[in-house]
Design a protein around this ligand. Sequence first.
Ligand SMILES: Cc1cc2nc3c(=O)[nH]c(=O)nc-3n(C[C@H](O)[C@H](O)[C@H](O)COP(=O)(O)OP(=O)(O)OC[C@H]3O[C@@H](n4cnc5c(N)ncnc54)[C@H](O)[C@@H]3O)c2cc1C
Length: 434
Amino acid sequence: MQRNKLSIENMSSKNGGAVQNSKGFNRRRFNQWLAGSSIAGASAAVFGKQRGDNNHVAVIGAGIVGSSIAYHLSKLGVQVTLIERETVASGASHGTFAWINATWAKQPRHYHTFSQQGVNSWHRLQEELDLPIVWGGSLEWFASDSRQARLASDIAEQQAWGEPARMLTSAEAQAREPAVNFNGATQVASSPRDGAIDPVLVSKALVAAAIQQGAQVLERCEVLCVKHSSDHKGKLLRTSCGPIEADRVVLATGPDPAAVKRFGGFDLPQRSTPGVIVVTRPVKPLLRGILVAPGIHIHQRVDGRLIIGEQEGAPDNAAHAARLADRPKRFPNDSVADQHAQRLLSTTRDYVPSIEETEVDEVIIGWRPLPVDGHPVIGPSPADDRVYVAIMHSGVSLAAITGDLVARELAAGVEMALLQPFRADRVFDTKNRY
Ligand SMILES: Cc1cc2nc3c(=O)[nH]c(=O)nc-3n(C[C@H](O)[C@H](O)[C@H](O)COP(=O)(O)OP(=O)(O)OC[C@H]3O[C@@H](n4cnc5c(N)ncnc54)[C@H](O)[C@@H]3O)c2cc1C
């Protein structure tokens, strides 16, 4: 079998050697981790199969979610094979704005609580792996008075839900972000706990740490089908790089509409939508945090690059539907890509005038993995409890906590209460924001 083992150089990990992969589940390590965790109280009944029979887990998809699951599983001593048909973080985790948040849009309360824990988990992971996360908070405002009034009441709810968010005066906002033109907004919502990452770099750091812990990572290896193993106790994966046997399979396949049906045996209704992301060449320091302004959102990475995302998606018309039918990740040519980049840069200049002429590094069309009700789907397939699903929007905000909780469920058979509302067998009858 040809195996393309990933080697990521120069990735630092404080965790080197923390858990060398032993065959099977590392009970001592797990107990220490469970005892030391602030969310340990969330664990409930024994989950799924008996403990200890998930010695080898195949994770399909090395986006930020799959990479985090592979890292957390290998940290617990589980033998992991992470399989990616392209390269690490080449799907939604490449074309993403990468804002870590638990803001007002995370509704209702249980999803907000999960997102709050998601932010906390990033702090824990940052500490473990020395990750570059910009914790600059976010500033947000709208153009219309009525929407601004609603934002103020949303922020009041945030406060009631334990967030240190508040409405700032324009002078306070200006002091926070001197390079920003707030265009006369008299009030701006501040969510100081928000952060942002370079999702490709962070996914690679998770993968590098997983490898150090004994995980095997196969890039350019496509899973073609998932069947029962010959003894019916596990799964047999047919892949473009040969057969792989595993006790359990995790589908972290992102927005691929067919993967869950093909490999997990059930329909996961998705309303995956595209969004354009522009990445500039590095510019001088301009922004401390994330800006969510009318029509656009912007942040600046530690490497100086500005990340710009549009607020509205593609126009809802037949021509666009035809162009987007095959879910392209790139525009058809450089000239169309540049038109889109200039459109977003022009709006950016309304709010950050000093960027002036900026060179563009990348223009990406990202596709959101978006279960139809807007919430994550995390848990066993209703059709096959040897297949576990982790598909979500806000996968950047939620990757750290998802990896942590999924690893506990799979490694130790402990059901995590925080994940209960997000199981795959729920009724998808609402349409929430995300
Ligand atoms: C425009 C845009 C803006 C966004 N902004 C934010 C934001 O600000 N904050 C936030 O939290 N979230 C945001 N999101 C959502 C977030 O980016 C995603 O939820 C997250 O990246 C999903 O990660 P993932 O690992 O699940 O999926 P992906 O990154 O798509 O990874 C799935 C991987 O599975 C692989 N794969 C699929 N099928 C197979 C197969 N058969 N064999 C092998 N490999 C396979 C794919 O190649 C892919 O690499 C945004 C998304 C978009 C598109």
